[in-house]
Design a protein around this ligand. Structure first.
Ligand code: PLP
Length: 365
C-alpha cells in the first residue's frame, strides 16, 4: 500500500476533513464498539448499545453548543436541502404572513425556491443584484407582518459571506448553519430552529442536525408525510425509521473532540487565526488576489478569491496541487479559488497556503 509521505491539506468545501484523532478512534472501534463484538454499522438502532451512542451524541451536542433544555435535538436525513422543504411544510402556513427569507447567496436562494412550492415565501432581502458579496444587519430588515419565521443562511459556503453574529430581533429565526455551526459560540436561544448538514464541521455526510425549540412543534399541521413531520420525528426520538447510525456516532465523536479541545471559545480563537492568515495574504497582495465578500462579512470558514486571469488561476491551482494543497478550485458560479478551512482544517495548512500565495504573487504579480 502506498504510504503518504507528504502532509496533504484538504481545502474541500464538504464533505471536508475531520479531526485526525476522531478518525483514529473510529478506526480503533470499527470492528468492536465498547466490547460488544459489533461494529456500530452492524447494531440494531433499537438495541441498548446504539441507544447509548445516541444518548452520548445528543449530550455531546448539547454540551458543545450549550443547547437549552426546551430545544429538541434531532438527527435527520436528506441533508440540509431537505430541511429547506421540511421547515416550509411544517411552519410556513402557521401564520398568515408566511415565511420571510433573507438571501445572501446560493443556499439561501435554494431555500426560498423550495419554500415557494410549499406556501408564501417572502424575499425580504436579496444580495443577488450585488452578486452576493454582503449580508445585512438583520435587525434593520423590515419583516412581514405576522410572518411565521425569518429564515437566513448564516454562512454562505459558495460566496464566503457570513453574518458573523446571532440576530438580535424578537422574531422566530430559522437559520441554516451548515457551513459554520460550532465554528464559534452561538446562542441557540436566539433561534426557533437551527439546522446543519454534518459534512463540514460535524462529521460525515448523511446526517442533518436540527435544533428545534419545543413550542414550534405545536405549529406543525396534521397530515404531513410522517418522515417530513417534525412532530413525528420528535415523538419518535428521530428514529421513526432507521437513522444514519454510523454518522450519528461520528458526529458524537467530533463534538466530544471539540469539547476536549476547550469548547467553542477555543475553536473560535483558532478559526480566527486560521482565517486571518489567508485574508492577510489576500490583503497584502496589492489587489493580485481579490476576495469575494466585503470585509464586514468575511467568512471564517470559506474564503473565495480570484486571480487576475484564468491562466494564472490554472497555474495557481496546479502548483498548489503539486504542493499537496487540494480542492482549492472555486465553485463554478463564482470562479477563481476557494479555501474552505472548517474546524478540523489545521492552522499549518492556512500558513502553508498564505505563504504559497505570497510566493506565487511575487513570481507572477
Ligand atoms: C450553507 C449550506 N446549506 C445547505 C447545503 C446543502 O446541504 P446538503 O448537501 O446536506 O443538502 C449546503 C451544502 O454545501 C450548504 O453549504
Amino acid at each position: 500500500m502506498a504510504v503518504a509521505t507528504h502532509q496533504t491539506y484538504n481545502f474541500s468545501a464538504g464533505p471536508a476533513c475531520m479531526p485526525r484523532d476522531v478518525l483514529e478512534r473510529a478506526k480503533s472501534e470499527l470492528l468492536d464498539w465498547n466490547g460488544t463484538g459489533m461494529s456500530v454499522m452492524e447494531m440494531s438502532h433499537r438495541g441498548k448499545a446504539f441507544l447509548q451512542i445516541a444518548e452520548q451524541t445528543e449530550s455531546a451536542v448539547r454540551k458543545l453548543m450549550n443547547v437549552p433544555d426546551n430545544y429538541r435535538v434531532l438527527f435527520l436525513q436528506g441533508g440540509a436541502s431537505l430541511q429547506f422543504t421540511m421547515l416550509a411544510m411544517n411552519f410556513i402556513g402557521s401564520k398568515v404572513g408566511g415565511g420571510d427569507y433573507l438571501v445572501t447567496g446560493t443556499w439561501g436562494q435554494k431555500a426560498v425556491e423550495a419554500a415557494r412550492i410549499e406556501g408564501k415565501a417572502n424575499l425580504v432581502w436579496d444580495g443577488k443584484p450585488d452578486k452576493y458579496v454582503s449580508a445585512p444587519d438583520i435587525a434593520s430588515v423590515a419583516v412581514t407582518d405576522n410572518a411565521a419565521f425569518v429564515h437566513f443562511t448564516m454562512n454562505e459556503t459558495i460566496q464566503g459571506v457570513d453574518y458573523l453574529n446571532d440576530p438580535s430581533g424578537n422574531v422566530d429565526y430559522i437559520c441554516d448553519m451548515s457551513s459554520c455551526i460550532a465554528s464559534r459560540p452561538f446562542d441557540v436561544s436566539r433561534y426557533a430552529m437551527v439546522y446543519a448538514g454534518a459534512q463540514k464541521n460535524l462529521g460525515p455526510s448523511g446526517v442533518c442536525l436540527v435544533l428545534l425549540r419545543e413550542d414550534m412543534l405545536e405549529r406543525v399541521p396534521s397530515g404531513l408525510p410522517p418522515m417530513l413531520d417534525y412532530k413525528v420525528q420528535a415523538d419518535n426520538d428521530w428514529m421513526y425509521n432507521t437513522p444514519p447510525c454510523f454518522g450519528v456516532y461520528m458526529l458524537g465523536l467530533v463534538c466530544e473532540h471539540w469539547i476536549k479541545f476547550g469548547g467553542l471559545d477555543a475553536v473560535a480563537k483558532l478559526n480566527h487565526e486560521k482565517a486571518k492568515a489567508i485574508y492577510d495574504a489576500i490583503d497584502l497582495s496589492g489587489g493580485f488576489f481579490k476576495p469575494h465578500a466585503v470585509s464586514d462579512n468575511r467568512s471564517q470558514m470559506n474564503i473565495p478569491f480570484t486571480l487576475p486571469t484564468e491562466e494564472l488561476t490554472e497555474a495557481f491551482l496546479s502548483e498548489a496541487k503539486a504542493l499537496n494543497m487540494l480542492e482549492l478550485k472555486g465553485h463554478r458560479s463564482v470562479g477563481g479559488c476557494r479555501a474552505s478551512i472548517y474546524n478540523a482544517f489545521p492552522l499549518e495548512g492556512c500558513y502553508a497556503l498564505a505563504s504559497f500565495m505570497s510566493d506565487f504573487k511575487s513570481r507572477n504579480g
